[in-house]
Structure formats: structure tokens, C-alpha cells
Design a protein around this ligand. Sequence first.
Ligand SMILES: Nc1ncnc2c1ncn2[C@@H]1O[C@H](COP(=O)(O)OP(=O)(O)O)[C@@H](O)[C@H]1O
Ligand SMILES: [Mg+2]
Length: 232
Amino acid sequence: MVHPVILQGIHKHYRLDDVDVPALQDIQLVILPNRFTVIAGPSGSGKTTLLNLIGCIDRADSGTLVVAGRQVYTMDDDALSDFRAQRLGFVFQNFNLLPVLTAYENVEYPLVMAAMAPAQRRQRVQELLEAVGLAAHAAKRPGQMSGGQRQRVAIARALARRPGIVLADEPTANLDSRTGAEIIELMRRMQREQQVSFIFSSHDAQVLEAADDIVRIHDGRIVAVERDVNRP
Ligand SMILES: Nc1ncnc2c1ncn2[C@@H]1O[C@H](COP(=O)(O)OP(=O)(O)O)[C@@H](O)[C@H]1O
Ligand SMILES: [Mg+2]
């Protein structure tokens, strides 16, 4: 069962030294499932704030958010963090891998946390490392890998528990353009193979090029949604 992400009447502001910083204003948005959606906008436009809301890392001040068929603001913080671990995967700009663990162990980690049986776990980790082209590097630690290889590990880890949605905040920002292009290509392929929704923020032209749908945001407001109508 696949679900769209639905945001209705979402507002979010930050308080900074007694000053109100409006970050998102009256967001109405539907993000279709099983697609590659990019949230695009200049620095300070609200991309990270929007992704943190969709990723249930932060809560809106008002409005309704539906993710994976659940109204997330009806859940308390514990329920929300379980929901997040089960349903969402995250790819971080700085990879956020555990430095003392190997590539294999980094991908395995969320499955250990989910108490998956060892044999199943081994199979899932091997299949993911193969899918991201790192089967031969399973025993390496992050410090022994390139930025592109680390990002591949991070993508495999994000997909480990078969989330419905993978979120990434400017995933190519710390990569050179060639490595960035390879990573986008990989994410494109994984999005199709694994039947997940990918939702990224970016102002990288290469990422926008790969998108099915582009949500354009400016000064905390959505100014356009461009959908690739040729995709089913
Ligand atoms: N923790 C914070 N405290 C105060 N203001 C913030 C905070 N995070 C973001 N902002 C402000 O909210 C607005 C949107 O920021 P952000 O979502 O980070 O934009 P983007 O990711 O597009 O650069 C900006 O004006 C930013 O300065
Ligand atoms: Mg940002």
C-alpha cells in the first residue's frame, strides 16, 4: 500500500532572540508516492524546515501532516520516533555513518535495532551492498572510503528497513559533480527498484534534472509544483 505525503495549512516559525522567523507559511502540498521529488529553492527558503517536518524530526506549529497514511501530529514523541524508524529512511549530507563500524555493519545497524533475525539480516545487507555496488568493500570503515562510497553506504542503510520514503537534505552538496552524478543515478535506480518515494532538497541542477516532480519554494511558501506527467 502506497500513500502520498499530504501537508495542509502547515505553518512553522522559529524564535531567535525575541524575533519571530517565519520559516514556512500556509503550506498545502501533496507529494505522490513512488516518485523522485525534489524540493528546490534558494538558501533560506525553508527546504530543510520542510524536510524535517516531512521526516517527523520536527513538528509544525499548526496544520495537518499525513505520512504513510497516518496523521502524524496525533502521535506522541515516542510513537513518532518508532514510526520514523519503521517508515522513513534518511540520507545525510555528511553521511552520518558510524566511524567504528564497517560498511556492512553500518547497513546492518538499523536491522539490529529492529531485532531482525541474523540470517535475514545477512541476506538484506548483502543484497543492498550489491545493489549500491559495494559488495567488495563490505569490510571497510568509513575512514577508508571515498565520499561517494560513503554516500552509497548511507543510501543502503536508509533503505535497509524498506521504508516507504527516503529523505535527503541536499545529498550531493558535499560531493564533486562527477561523484554527485553517479550518486543521483544510483538513487534514481534504487527509487525504481525498491519502490520507495525519494524526497530531496537541492538546488543542484543535476538533481533537478533527475526529478519526476519539483516543488519550488521561496520565502517559506510554495510557488510552483512541476510534475512530470509522462511518469505513471
Ligand atoms: N533553528 C533556527 N532558528 C532560527 N531560525 C532558523 C532556524 N533554522 C532555520 N531558520 C530560518 O528559517 C528560514 C528557513 O531556513 P531553512 O529551512 O534552513 O532553509 P533552507 O534549507 O532552504 O536553506 C531561514 O530564514 C532560516 O534563517
Ligand atoms: Mg537547508
